[in-house]
Design a protein around this ligand. Structure first.
Ligand SMILES: [Zn+2]
Length: 237
């Protein structure tokens, strides 16, 4: 992949864009990718004679997760973010969209849920996103589209395992929401559904989203998964 990024970088430099150098290890790094994306945006906004526009595509694995569109985050007083999986397939269904504010598909693409975040402002309004038993008021519900047909013990992620791309997009989404709604990152304000019973003292019915991460079997238990979520989201604030 690196040679492709490097050759693209060379072409952009030739077009007059000042870009940072690659690291000594040949890894483009996030700064270079961000600068290249800015250059590509500028190129895209230029007017090219018909048929003359140069084909420019950046390999996707290093692209940063897309930010949440501003109109998905209306003004509201929100106190916490609860993270789930849908226990469905890798793409968001209409059913999934009815229960959460934001869904994240297997490749990290964001899908807007049907209820607006503002409907879950306390007290919850008609049509709110019912994502967590007894804890929907003031809570934003984010869900990863995955884990349909999975089993907790023995652990079997099923046909739609949680992907690393989904997880990375989740930590970006959480950081974005924390900034927008001034939510601090604590184990009572940024947590997974599996932590709700312990951390908030609100009984749930055997929810284990998430006590296991299909892409990293070394992380086990609700607290370990939640701590990883909070540490990575905090690093993106
Ligand atoms: Zn859940």
């Amino acid at each position: 992949m690196t040679p492709t990024v490097q050759s693209l970088q060379r072409r952009l430099i030739a077009l007059g864009f000042p870009l940072p150098e690659f690291g000594a290890d040949g890894d483009p790094g996030s700064e270079t990718v961000a600068a290249m994306n800015a250059a590509l945006d500028e190129l895209a906004s230029r007017r090219w004679p018909t048929g003359n526009r140069p084909p420019v595509t950046l390999p996707s694995p290093t692209l940063p997760a897309p930010p949440i569109p501003a109109d998905w985050m209306p003004a509201a007083k929100m106190g916490r973010i609860i993270c789930h999986w849908t226990a469905g397939a890798h793409k968001a269904s209409e059913f999934d969209r009815g229960h959460y504010h934001i869904l994240i598909e297997d490749e990290g693409k964001l899908v807007r849920g049907i209820p607006s975040i503002a409907l879950n402002e306390a007290p919850a309004k008609r049509g709110y996103a019912a994502h967590t038993l007894g804890a929907n008021s003031g809570s934003i519900g984010v869900s990863l589209c995955c884990m349909g047909g999975s089993n907790e013990a023995p652990f079997d992620p099923g046909k739609y395992p949680m992907t690393r791309e989904q997880w990375d997009a989740l930590t970006s989404v959480v950081a974005n929401l924390c900034r927008r709604y001034s939510i601090p990152v604590t184990d009572k304000t940024v947590l997974s559904h599996a932590e709700v019973q312990n951390n908030l003292g609100i009984q749930q019915r055997g929810k284990w989203d998430f006590t296991r991460l299909a892409f990293d079997p070394s992380v086990k238990g609700a607290k370990a998964c939640g701590d990883k979520l909070r540490a990575e989201a905090k690093a993106k604030l």
